[in-house]
Design a protein around this ligand. Structure first.
Ligand code: CMX
Ligand code: CO
Length: 147
């Protein structure tokens, strides 16, 4: 079951400058940063609030680390802005299979590693009314074994 907005992913040209904008303008501090080579991004997670399922909601700032990454391609086409939304679930395997059964393209056969050791997959934006949609099970909430 999808129980929260885990994060909103925002593509930017310069991670540090953008994170400083969020700090100075809204008071949101960087909670975590990492490079995810698989996804081709450097990212900063800004924790906004906890949620009643024991998880949290974040803003995820994304800067490409390679010219051929999906986020680099998207920035070339669109400039900076909202890139995807992510819903949180305790069981990304079951939820993504259920959504695939409804005819929505799930981009990965098995969830991959996301921010802070979460497990993630994506739904194709063309099947979701133009919204690239991610499903996330955070590390503390995983009920499935790793694939
Ligand atoms: N939101 C909405 N629509 C999008 C989109 C996005 N983020 N990215 C692409 N599209 C649309 C394009 O506008 C295009 O539409 P048109 O054909 O009408 O022009 C269509 O989808 C195809 O786009 P494309 O530029 O040719 O891009 P690709 O097909 O190569 O890739 C996608 C699209 C969704 C398969 C790819 O972005 C992907 O695999 N995304 C999942 C991984 C990812 O986004 N990782 C970065 C974030 C990591 C994280 O959150 O941790
Ligand atoms: Co994301």
């Amino acid at each position: 079951m999808l129980t929260r907005i885990d994060h909103i992913g925002i593509a930017c040209f310069d991670l540090d400058t953008t994170a400083e904008f969020y700090r100075a303008t809204y008071g949101f501090e960087v909670f975590h940063t990492e490079v995810n080579e698989d996804q081709g991004v450097r990212e900063a997670m800004l924790r906004i609030n906890g949620t009643d399922d024991g998880g949290a909601s974040y803003i995820q700032l994304l800067e490409p680390v390679r010219a051929d990454s999906t986020v680099a391609k998207w920035l070339d086409k669109n400039g900076e802005g909202v890139h995807h939304i992510a819903f949180g679930t305790a069981d990304v395997d079951t939820d993504s299979e259920g959504i695939r059964d409804k005819g929505v393209r799930v981009l990965y056969d098995n969830p991959r590693r996301g921010s802070m050791d979460s497990r993630i997959t994506f739904l194709h934006p063309k099947d979701c009314h133009g919204v690239l949609t991610e499903l996330v099970t955070s590390a503390g909430h995983s009920t499935a074994t790793d694939h």
